[in-house]
Ligand binder design. Structure first.
Ligand SMILES: Nc1ncnc2c1ncn2[C@@H]1O[C@H](COP(=O)(O)OP(=O)(O)O)[C@@H](O)[C@H]1O
Ligand SMILES: Nc1ccn([C@@H]2O[C@H](COP(=O)(O)OP(=O)(O)O)[C@@H](O)[C@H]2O)c(=O)n1
Ligand SMILES: [Mg+2]
Length: 230
């Protein structure tokens, strides 16, 4: 029949559950969250796909969830489309509800949340509503010229991948998203990566973050028994 997660999904879709109800159900899963941040075109989605394959996370792209919501003909569809075409940030409660539903739906408890939080409102609202604190924040740092080049070659048919909207998105990233990264830097949570390198080289750095190497002198193997015991 239906799994527990499917039942929760139907309940969320067809009954007006409050944020508190959804948050309580989510809290029971004790989710482990990594925020994946970086400018538009820095390679967040590309690297998330690889992390999913290697480390068993579920990838939730805030942008993809908003695009799906827009295409579903929801009452928020026109508003989302207008905001995206202007490179503006959609009100937090819309995005957070989509993220929470997707988390409950997934059957997993390890999540890469890509492209969120993108401003201070996103960050504070997520913290207040879900009480979830990220394990760490992966920050893909990439020069603007390279991000622009990548987006103009992306070919995913996205309406916002045009030069006028790209410039607006860069401005929003500098003014609204970078302060969020600074906030998490202050908490010692940011793992910054040079994202200008080729995909595989970037992923080598990413792997070391998810799978830290044991430093040689802490590796007991290879030492004589008396040193190992000491
Ligand atoms: N390290 C890289 N070097 C060159 N091109 C890349 C790299 N990472 C991603 N790309 C390409 O750049 C474009 C944007 O990548 P994407 O993962 O969609 O970025 P984001 O999600 O941060 O906007 C895609 O066409 C992707 O194939
Ligand atoms: N937290 C978020 C994430 C995306 N968005 C909207 O979705 C658009 C595309 O986001 P995206 O993450 O798919 O874009 P990329 O950084 O992947 O190019 C943004 O420019 C915003 O308009 C939002 O409003 N709030
Ligand atoms: Mg993306």
């Amino acid at each position: 029949m239906f799994s527990f997660d499917q039942i929760i999904h139907f309940a969320l879709l067809y009954s007006p559950l409050s944020f508190e109800d959804i948050s309580d159900r989510l809290a029971e899963k004790h989710p482990k969250v990594v925020f994946v941040l970086g400018g538009p075109g820095s390679g967040k989605g590309t690297q998330c796909e690889k992390i999913v394959q290697h480390f068993g996370y579920t990838h939730l792209s805030a942008g993809d969830l908003l695009r799906a919501e827009k295409n579903s003909g929801s009452e928020n569809g026109i508003m989302i489309q207008n905001m995206m075409n202007e490179g503006k940030i959609v009100p937090s409660e819309v995005t957070i509800k989509l993220l929470q539903k997707a988390m409950l739906d997934s059957g997993n408890e390890k999540f890469l949340i890509d492209g969120f939080p993108r401003n201070e409102e996103n960050r504070a609202a997520f913290e207040a509503l879900t009480k979830i604190e990220p394990e760490f924040v992966l920050y893909f740092n990439c020069p603007e010229k390279e991000m622009e080049r990548r987006i103009l070659n992306r070919n995913q048919g996205r309406e916002d991948d045009n030069i006028e909207t790209i410039r607006k998105r860069f401005k929003v990233f500098l003014e609204s998203s970078l302060p969020v990264i600074e906030y998490y830097k202050g908490k010692g949570k940011v793992r910054e990566i040079d994202a200008a390198k080729p995909v595989e080289e970037v992923f080598e750095e990413v792997k070391d973050i998810f799978n830290p190497k044991v430093p040689k002198d802490e590796n007991v193997e290879g030492r004589c028994m008396c040193c190992a015991i000491l």
